[in-house]
Ligand binder design. Sequence first.
Ligand code: ZN
Ligand code: ZN
Ligand code: FE
Length: 753
Amino acid sequence: MITSKQIIIKGLVQGVGFRPSIYRMAILHKLNGTVENNNTGVIINIEGDKKSVENFINDLPIRTPIASNITSIVVTDKPYSDYSNFEIIKSSSQSNEVTEVSPDIGVCNECLEDIKTQVNRIDYAFTNCTNCGPRFTIIKDLPYDRPLTTMSVFPMCDSCKNEYIDILDRRFHAQPVACDNCGPQYSIDTKGECLTDIKTVIERTCSLIENGKIVAIKGLGGYHLGCSTFNDKTINRLRIAKNREGKPFAIMFKDISSAKEYLHINEEEEQVLSSWRKPIVLLKLKKKISNSISIGLDSVGVMLPYMPFHYMLFDSLSVNSIVLTSGNISDEPVLISNTEAIEKLGEISDAVVTYNREIYNRTDDSVVKVINNVARTIRRSRSYAPSPIELSINTEGIFAGGAELVNCFAIGKGNQAILSQHIGDLKNLETLEFYEESIERFSKLFRFKPELAVMDMHPDYLSSRFVEKLDIPIVKVQHHHAHIASCMAEHKLDEKVIGISFDGTGLGDDGNIWGGEFFACDLENYERINHFEYIPQPGGDGVSKHPWRMLISYLIHYFGIESISNYEFLFNDINPNEISTIKSIIESNLNCPLTSSAGRLFDSISSLLGICHNATYHAEAPMQLESMANENIDEKYSFSISHDISFKSTFAEIIDELKSNICIADIAGKFHNTVVSIIVETAIITSNKTGLKKVVLSGGSFQNSILLKKAEQQLALNGFEVFTQSQIPSNDGGIALGQLAIAAKRRELNRII
Ligand code: ZN
Ligand code: ZN
Ligand code: FE
């Protein structure tokens, strides 16, 4: 029996080799018809034997490309058209073609097999196919064709060409297709000597790593620095070389089973770790690895191999893990140029492993943390960017500049937001250049012309300054409103909600520094319902590096300047002269902006418990506080909620417990519970006042597992519907999405002033 169906597939189905895979399935099932892209997804017209059509439909979710993400399949009957073959119809609309930029995809199992069996690909480290390999990192412009990628300098050999033009081949239209005879090659540069044979490159790299040396290795989106996981001396050398005192390093494990030996990995974590995106996943340690990798933390960032080279390296290495951290100095962007790498990384490493294909778009390894069984993106870059985020609102022509410290920008195309890869701290000159260059590249790649720009209210953010120079209408958005809107956009929420935003900093509209905020808000606007009590921040922004200074300020605020002498036991490690200086800064109210920041509160408690007085990297104090906390404890401290939220009794009770030598882990646990209680109680008060039942949580502090997990659970127990971030970072990397959504909404309502 013959049947005729139309199938509409939605989701991430463009730019991932979707149509050729449909073609191959149709040929396999001996069916005729067409497949084409349109604005909403992929449309398939299919005709043939009824059973075959059914099998074809059943195969759709299973046999389509790994990087695609089907969100819906709708099948309807259609009149019979008597197609004589199956055809891919070229998209006619330009605007819809432009969002087809696939992120990079970790090497697939079939390609790994080819490396062992295919004559022209034995040990060939650039083996890839339509299901895997580099994408965004090599694309210069659209259409996505080899001449417009950094593969353009490698003419295909006849054998690769035959695969490339054969629609039934796994490498049909795989733009980076290559083999040992025609593609890029690795080399190793050891102090002036350059060796090119891949076997030698692998052997040398292994022996260097095994002998306690540091090797720079070119990855997919930038260089890495690698060394032994077990050699503290080498790791410390790497810290000094990178000018990275305390920040944790990531580790690459050979496979999931070797990772399980050292780390607690639950089902969800295993799935993320092994997914085609191969991000760094933050995992709890089961067994100690080294003293120097993640100092003071109970977790470490772990990833699995994603390039053929990584697999080949572990095949020869005598160990099952290596430190693999981004190849940069301090806060500079990760290096991508071979010359620069040899010059800069060559100096701090013992060898540089490189290859002769250019990385065009820089991407860092993405970072994910599973909290409450949901994967949360912490850093969105390699293999995530530039996949669009579907929104319920028209964003066409809107440019969102993002925040400053953890920058990422966004552009609006139709109903989509396209977020840049993680850019970094714009205060670093090279990073600011990377920001400007990436904006230019996104505009070209996605055929984007900005008509409306969004900036943070903070006029001194370098992103704000960039936006102000654009000479187009500007929308200014409050930082914490943007955090909440970012989470709302991710969940396609377009209504009034209770928004709770906790983070380190952000300019409020009263000129103070906000960060412990309770809003009743929608996408357009917000009302500030309550906030953490204002505390002077001695010395301004710099205080985030010195939690003890903020602690002094809390103590003076709550217990008076005279009381500090009673608390000397808290500051044994701090120079008394410095303490006097901070006291007098606070007393004279010199450069002491007021802050309601949750980040500063967590900093102060971390210092109060003697965990971290001075931070060597962003958010070190709260991260160590979380690591230390006993999350199985149920008690909490008292607090008071009135026109603001005061922690006076919290501090008093903690100090009493410190004096009675209660264990730090329990105090840290009880402090987390206290903040969770404040969240729940304030949500209840706000709900009683407004009738709102949906709570949106966002801001960098919600990367804290204990806080987010308990807040989600407790709010749900109290009848709230809770929305938290997963695809988009809740830190400042998500700000651009919120800015975009707010501007889009205000434009829709005609309320752009
Ligand atoms: Zn492959
Ligand atoms: Zn070839
Ligand atoms: Fe923030």
